[in-house]
Design a protein around this ligand. Structure first.
Ligand SMILES: [Zn+2]
Length: 582
C-alpha cells in the first residue's frame, strides 16, 4: 500500500531538514521561516513546522507536506515524488506495493546506450558526424560537455552491445532504445547524431536523434514511456536551471542544435522544447527558476497556430512571455554563427515583444482584411483576457492601437472576454496538495472570525455563487472590514487571479492568508454541497447574537424604544428556537 510507504517516508525524512537544504530557514518561535521558494518576496512569509511536518506560505497560500513540497518544486507527479523520496529515505516500495522495481533496469539500459553512442562518435563510424558537428561550430570539448553521441547506421549494433552488457531486453524495450518490427527487435536510432535528454533532476530519460544525410525524419526522439514524457521535459533544463535563476529569465528555442549553440555563445539560460506543443507542465518547470521566458522560434514557426497557442499556454501559467523576432529565414543557430552573432542576438533579446503585440504582428494580414478582422480581433483580445490583469493592463493601449479600435471599446471587449473565461472555470486558491492538512496559522493579533474567512473562500472558488449573490446580501453577514473588502471585490467582478496579482504587487500577505484559513475552516466543517448553507447560517446566527446583546443592553438600561423592544423579544424567540439565519 502507498499509504504505509508514505507514512514510513514521512517518519524518516524531517521536513525542516529537507526544505532547509534548498531554502534558508531561521527559527521563529515554534516553527522555522524563510523566503518562499514558490513566489518572489523580500520578507519571509514561508513557514515550516517541525512539529506538524508541514509548510505554509502566507504570501502565496501554498502549503502541505514534504510530498506536496517536492511535487510543487520539481513539477513532478505524486508517483514520481513517492519514488524519489522512497529512495532517499531508504524505503522499499516493492515491499509496500508488491510490484517489482522496473525503472532501475531501464535507466541502466539508457546509461549503457549513452556510453555506446559516445564511443561510436569518436570511433571510425562517427567520422561523418564529427565533421558535421565541426562545421556547425561544435568542438570536441562541447561534444563532451553536451554528451553528444553517434548511432551507427546499423540495425543491431546497439542491440548487440546491450546484450553483451548483460542488460535485460525487456528493459531495453521499456527505455525505448529498441523498436519492434515483424522480424523482431532492432535499434531505434540509426545513422543519427544523438542528443541525450535529461530530466530536471539530471536523470537520463530519453535520446533525440538528428539525421545528417540520407532519408528519414530530420529528428526522432525516444518514445513516451516509463521514463520519458515530452510534455514534462525541456532539453538542457538540468544544465540551464542555475543560469535561469541567476539571470531571471529563460530562453526557449525549438531545436537541440539551437540550444547548444546558444549555450556555447554565452546564453546558458537556454532550453529547447522537444518537438511538441508547449505545455502547462513545461511552464511550471520554467517558472520554478524564473518568471520571464524569451521565446525564440524560427520566424516561420512562430507564426504557426500551434506555436502561438503554446505561448499563451505558458503565459496563462504565469510566465511573462516575450517573443524574440528573428530576421526572416534565420534560426538562432545561424544567427549566433555570424560575425558578432552573440551581440546581435543579445540586441534581439532586448527588443523582444510582449506576446499580445507579437500576436498582432502575426495577424497583420487578417486585421487588414474586413472579412477576417473581427475574428482576428476577438482572438487577440481573448489572449489578453487570459493574462494576469496587471500584466495585460500594461499592453491595453498598444493593443487597441494595433487593432485599430478606441480605448473604451477595447475595455468593453476585454471585460466581455474576461467574463466568458471566468464563466468556464473556478479559481483555485492555492497549490493542491495530496494531503491537504493546511494549517490555520492566524496569529491572535490578526484574528478574523474563521467563518468570515470561510465565506470569502467560498466566494473565491465559486464563480456562479459570485454572480448569484448580491453585495447587500453578503455584507450584512460580515463584521471584519478586511473580509468585507475581499467579498466586495469578488462580488464586484474582480477575478481571483486578478486579486491574487493585485495582492502580490502590494506585498500584503493578509488577504491570501484569509483565503487559506477559510479553506482550512471549510475542510473541517462540512461537505462541499452543504458548506455554503452551513457558513451562511453560522454567520447569520452570529450577527443575530450581536444584535441581540445590543438590544438586551438597551433594554436593561431602559433605553429601548417600543420597536426595539419588539425586535428584542422576536430575536429572543428565534435564538432560543435555534433558528440560524433570518
Ligand atoms: Zn509563497
Amino acid at each position: 500500500m502507498d499509504r504505509d510507504a508514505v507514512r514510513e517516508i514521512k517518519d524518516r525524512i524531517d521536513i525542516v531538514e529537507f526544505i532547509g537544504e534548498t531554502v534558508q530557514l531561521r527559527r521563529a518561535g515554534r516553527s522555522f521561516k524563510g523566503l518562499c521558494p514558490f513566489h518572489s518576496e523580500k520578507t519571509p512569509s514561508f513557514h515550516v513546522s517541525s512539529e506538524r511536518q508541514t509548510y505554509h506560505c502566507f504570501g502565496c497560500g501554498r502549503g502541505g507536506d514534504v510530498f506536496s513540497f517536492v511535487m510543487e518544486r520539481e513539477g513532478l507527479s505524486f508517483p514520481e515524488v513517492l519514488e524519489m523520496l522512497a529512495s532517499r529515505a531508504g524505503v522499499s516500495l516493492e515491499k509496500h506495493q508488491g510490484r517489482p522495481e522496473r525503472k532501475g533496469g531501464a535507466f541502466e539500459a539508457m546509461g549503457s546506450a549513452l556510453a555506446f553512442f559516445a564511443d561510436s562518435l569518436s570511433g571510425p563510424s562517427g567520422e561523418a558526424a564529427r565533421k558535421y558537428l565541426d562545421r556547425r561550430g561544435i568542438k570536441a570539448e562541447n561534444v563532451k560537455a553536451f554528451e553528444l553521441g553517434w548511432a551507427p547506421a546499423s540495425w543491431d549494433m546497439l542491440k548487440k552491445h546491450i546484450g553483451s552488457a548483460g542488460i535485460n531486453m525487456s528493459d531495453a524495450m521499456a527505455s525505448g532504445l529498441l523498436s519492434e518490427g515483424e522480424r523482431g527487435t532492432y535499434d531505434r536510432f540509426r545513422g543519427r547524431i544523438i542528443f541525450p535528454i535529461r530530466d530536471v533532476q539530471g536523470r537520463l530519460v530519453a535520446f533525440g536523434g538528428r539525421i545528417i544525410d540520407g532519408e528519414g525524419a530530420k529528428y526522432i526522439n525516444s518514445p513516451e514511456g516509463e521514463l520519458y514524457s515530452k510534455r514534462k521535459n525541456l532539453y538542457l533544463l538540468n544544465v540551464a536551471r542555475q543560469a535561469i535563476r541567476e539571470k531571471g529569465r529563460s530562453i526557449l528555442v525549438e531545436g537541440y542544435m539551437d540550444a547548444i549553440r546558444l549555450h556555447i555563445a554565452g546564453f546558458p539560460e537556454t532550453v529547447a522544447s522537444l518537438g511538441t506543443a508547449l505545455t502547462a507542465e513545461q511552464a511550471t518547470l520554467l517558472k520554478r527558476f524564473a518568471d520571464q521566458c524569451m521565446i525564440c522560434y524560427d520566424s516561420d514557426t512562430a507564426g504557426h497556430e500551434a506555436a502561438i497557442r503554446g505561448m499563451y499556454v505558458l503565459q496563462q501559467s504565469g510566465l511573462d512571455i516575450r517573443v524574440v523576432v528573428l530576421p526572416a529565414g534565420k534560426d538562432p543557430d545561424d544567427l549566433v554563427g555570424e560575425k558578432d552573432g552573440p551581440k546581435k542576438f543579445a540586441a534581439l533579446l532586448r527588443g523582444a515583444e510582449p506576446l499580445p503585440l507579437f500576436h498582432i504582428r502575426v495577424r497583420r494580414n487578417e486585421l487588414e482584411d474586413p472579412a477576417k478582422r473581427t475574428a482576428a480581433r476577438r482572438e487577440i483580445i481573448r489572449g489578453l483576457a487570459e493574462m494576469p490583469a496587471l500584466e495585460a493592463n500594461r499592453h491595453i493601449t498598444q493593443v487597441a492601437q494595433g487593432l485599430g479600435i478606441l480605448l473604451p471599446e477595447m475595455l468593453d471587449l476585454l471585460r466581455q472576454a474576461r467574463e466568458d473565461i471566468m464563466g468556464g472555470k473556478k479559481g483555485i486558491p492555492a497549490a493542491e496538495s495530496v494531503y491537504r492538512d493546511i494549517e490555520d496559522h492566524f496569529g491572535e493579533e490578526n484574528a478574523v472570525d474563521p467563518w468570515e474567512s470561510a465565506l470569502c473562500y467560498l466566494l473565491w472558488i465559486d464563480t456562479k455563487r459570485r454572480s448569484s449573490e448580491t453585495i447587500e446580501s453578503i455584507l450584512h453577514l460580515l463584521s471584519d472590514e478586511r473580509a468585507k473588502s475581499i467579498a466586495v471585490s469578488l462580488l464586484a467582478g474582480e477575478s481571483p487571479g486578478e486579486l491574487r496579482t493585485r495582492w502580490a504587487e502590494t506585498g500584503d500577505p493578509f488577504p491570501m492568508r484569509m483565503i487559506s484559513s477559510g479553506w482550512a475552516h471549510c475542510e473541517k466543517n462540512g461537505e462541499e454541497g452543504e458548506l455554503w448553507d452551513v457558513v451562511v447560517s453560522a454567520l447569520g446566527r452570529k450577527r443575530l447574537m450581536e444584535r441581540f446583546s445590543v438590544l438586551k443592553e438597551r433594554h436593561a438600561r431602559g433605553e429601548a424604544s417600543p420597536q426595539e423592544m419588539q425586535e428584542y423579544l422576536e430575536l429572543a424567540r428565534r435564538l432560543k428556537g435555534g433558528i440560524g439565519s433570518p
